[in-house]
Design a protein around this ligand. Structure first.
Ligand SMILES: [Zn+2]
Length: 389
């Protein structure tokens, strides 16, 4: 079934590869603004050529969020979003240039989120060629700072998902043959301990060692278990010198949480820990760091219909996808409370955020064709109007 959509996407395969090459040849790490602006220009240009009205939300630090909107004749507004930034610093493109080996593509960012960017653009191209215009509106949202937890673009994902009836997050799935219906999130805390310096040999008893205090507290913190929560100590530092009692200690805690229910328990425990003193003369402050980390993406009842639609349609197309889970956070958590959202719909990739990352090229066509059929189906079914849910 749906050979027309499949064949149309398949005919564009070489163009897709060229686009992947173009994108992986741009240094576009989140903190490299010229690269971010280069990809933002590229995405805006592509969307414009395909009939979208463009809005660019500029941020001096993080660069532009690019939005392309295309109105159709129907009612259902569908949002597709992906991020343009990668985790790779300037110069990586030169070190690890794009290449294809045995149907796998390699290069910086080729796994995250290049598949989502390319598939979104070719989805639109395919819909245009099919003459499909029964959607209410297609909104494409491409963000510059997801790898930093979207400090500038989180608000835009919130805004456009409020407008949309349905949202599709174009991250790649975690496992082959799956898409994502829920994700873990994280909460970050900074632990700061202040002490008092003194000579380590002459008068250590007059000091207050912040590193000792931090060590006792870290023992408590590591020993404390919460259900379905996984703690990673991401950073620790401190010390005042080789022959000094340390007056400072620092640790960064990242709790991976499956639901927001665990967050208050963690907060309460850390409050108690903050107030304890093991080493006289030290003080501790433990601060929640809301700007860092994505919240969890819960599987909400209003996603049932779209999940079923993806499973049925992919099966009909001979490319069955099953619902999956991810332990990584992403922008889907900024959308899911505003409209039914599914995730992991981009072509499949392996090894994201590692030098061995690659994109599975044989998933480009079936995944993009599936998206085209989904848009056609969603556009013809008023059940997907958000107000009717
Ligand atoms: Zn990503």
């Amino acid at each position: 079934m749906y050979e027309k959509e499949y064949e149309l996407v398949k005919r564009q395969y070489d163009d897709m590869i060229e686009m992947i090459r173009t994108m992986t040849s741009m240094d576009r790490g989140s903190k490299y603004l010229p690269g971010i602006m280069q990809i933002a220009d590229y995405m805006a240009n592509q969307l414009q050529q395909m009939g979208c009205e463009i809005t660019r939300h500029h941020d001096d630090i993080y660069g532009d969020t690019v939005v392309g909107r295309k109105k159709g004749k129907g009612k259902i507004k569908q949002l597709f979003f992906a991020h343009m930034d990668t985790v790779w610093p300037e110069g990586t493109v030169k070190e690890r240039p794009f290449e294809i080996r045995e149907n796998l593509a390699y290069g910086p960012g080729v796994s995250d989120c290049t598949p989502g960017l390319v598939s979104s653009l070719f989805l639109l191209r395919t819909l245009n060629e099919l003459g499909e215009d029964r959607y209410g509106e297609l909104i494409f949202l491409f963000t510059p700072d997801e790898e930093l937890c979207s400090p500038s673009s989180g608000q835009w994902t919130q805004k456009y998902s409020k407008e949309a009836d349905i949202a599709i997050c174009m991250e790649s799935p975690e496992d082959p043959g799956t898409f994502i219906s829920s994700r873990a999130g994280s909460v970050y805390y900074n632990v700061y301990v202040k002490g008092k310096m003194a000579h380590a040999a002459i008068n250590p008893e007059e000091g207050a060692n912040a590193l000792e205090e931090l060590t006792y507290k870290m023992n408590d913190i590591l020993a404390k278990k919460f259900p379905d929560v996984y703690l990673v100590v991401c950073q620790m530092s401190g010390g005042s010198g080789d022959c000094c009692v340390s007056d400072n200690g620092y640790a960064m805690l990242r709790y991976r949480i499956k639901s927001w229910d665990s967050a208050p328990q963690i907060a309460e425990f850390l409050k108690e820990e903050e107030q304890k003193t093991y080493v006289k003369g030290t003080t501790t402050s433990i601060e929640y760091w809301p700007e860092n980390g994505f919240g969890p993406m819960p599987r909400l009842p209003w996603m049932d219909d779209i999940i079923k639609l993806v499973e049925t349609t992919s099966g009909e197309m001979g490319y069955p996808l099953k619902e999956g889970y991810s332990y990584g956070g992403c922008d889907a958590s900024n959308a899911v409370l505003n409209c039914p959202t599914i995730d992991g719909m981009a072509p499949e990739s392996v090894g994201c955020h590692s030098v061995g990352e690659y994109l599975c090229l044989d998933t480009l066509v079936p995944r993009t064709a599936l998206l085209a059929v989904l848009v056609e189906k969603l556009s013809r079914d008023e059940r997907y109007l958000k107000k009717s849910l």
